[in-house]
Design a protein around this ligand. Structure first.
Ligand code: NAG
Ligand code: NAG
Ligand code: NAG
Ligand code: NAG
Ligand code: NAG
Length: 252
């Protein structure tokens, strides 16, 4: 600390020049999208990149896939939280090589509903559906109650729909294979099974993204481009698919 004050004016200028040169070589000419979309840490998960993004940490949505499902809420020393089909899940693990997302329901205050399968999310091989019935009147214990469209509801799991009285609505909810097994064998109750972690597959433009990364770029999105939202951020400027491809994006 003190040493700093003993620097003569000349060495201070040399020092500044040095810093300036390093900056020029490293970053000054790099495209802002390329530099701002570097991998990030979010709560307990490190080194996260496309298709995930967050409002925190100055990671604009153009660094991710333009879908709410890929937006993470980051909290210190806690797993990130994402929202899928209006339901909140903790992200316990991200396996980028296999596109696997290990998630767990934050709670059962809001009633579980289907997770919509999209062109960016699907069940993994290790997930199974359980069918919950809403409006099923059943003698005996209702394992939990939750809020659904502003009203209290008690979804039930029954093996045979005929056990229900009254009009019912079926909803398919993903759980892991083990949780499914434990539920149908009566080892756990439905509320416990629904709170077990399970895997989903994510695959937002995974082939394009691989091409882009292999060419030295970072993946991102822009709704206005003809490639349907995918862009490759390179040191010079954003490209359509890969840094060594000469297509220049008119919208940048
Ligand atoms: C970060 O993740 C990328 C793949 O997404 C990997 O290539 C890289 O080695 C990781 N870096 C660290 C420090 O773990
Ligand atoms: C990613 O998933 C594969 C396949 O299930 C598994 O073999 C591998 O160990 C996982 N890696 C991490 C880091 O979780
Ligand atoms: C989701 O996975 C299922 C089973 O693997 C497959 O049949 C279906 O086509 C997939 N859907 C999408 C949108 O990829
Ligand atoms: C699930 O419901 C049962 C009652 O059926 C209760 O004893 C148990 O504590 C609940 N478990 C959780 C994790 O909420
Ligand atoms: C689970 O249910 C959803 C919604 O009904 C459906 O789209 C999906 O294909 C089902 N998946 C499996 C693995 O059965």
């Amino acid at each position: 600390m003190d040493a700093f004050f003993f620097l003569s004016p000349i060495s201070f200028s040399l020092f500044s020049l040095c810093i300036f040169t390093v900056f020029q070589v490293c970053c000054a000419n790099h495209d802002i999208h390329f530099t701002s979309c570097a991998p990030f840490d979010c709560g307990t998960i490190r080194n996260i990149s496309y298709p995930f993004w967050t409002d925190h940490l100055h990671r604009p949505s153009y660094c991710g896939y333009g879908d709410e499902g890929y937006k993470l809420e980051c909290m210190e020393n806690e797993p990130p939280v994402l929202t899928l089909s209006s339901q909140r899940f903790r992200v316990l693990n991200l396996n980028a090589s296999f596109g696997l997302l290990t998630i767990q329901r934050v709670d059962l205050n809001t009633c579980p509903r289907e997770i919509l399968i999209t062109d960016a999310f699907n069940y993994s091989f290790s997930a199974e559906n359980i069918t919950l019935f809403y409006g099923c009147r059943l003698r005996g214990l209702q394992p939990f109650s939750c809020t659904r469209d502003g009203r209290e509801a008690s979804p039930v799991f029954v093996v045979d729909e005929n056990e229900c009285d009254g009009s019912t609505e079926k909803v398919e909810i993903p759980v892991g294979k083990q949780a499914f097994h434990d539920l149908i064998n009566g080892i756990t109750s439905v509320n416990e099974s629904l709170l077990q972690p399970f895997n989903m597959r994510y695959f937002a433009y995974e082939e394009y993204c691989k091409l882009c990364k292999d060419s030295g770029g970072g993946c991102g999105s822009n709704e206005t481009v003809s490639s349907g939202g995918f862009v490759c951020y390179c040191r010079d400027h954003p490209h359509i698919f890969r840094c060594d491809h000469h297509g220049v994006l008119a919208s940048f």
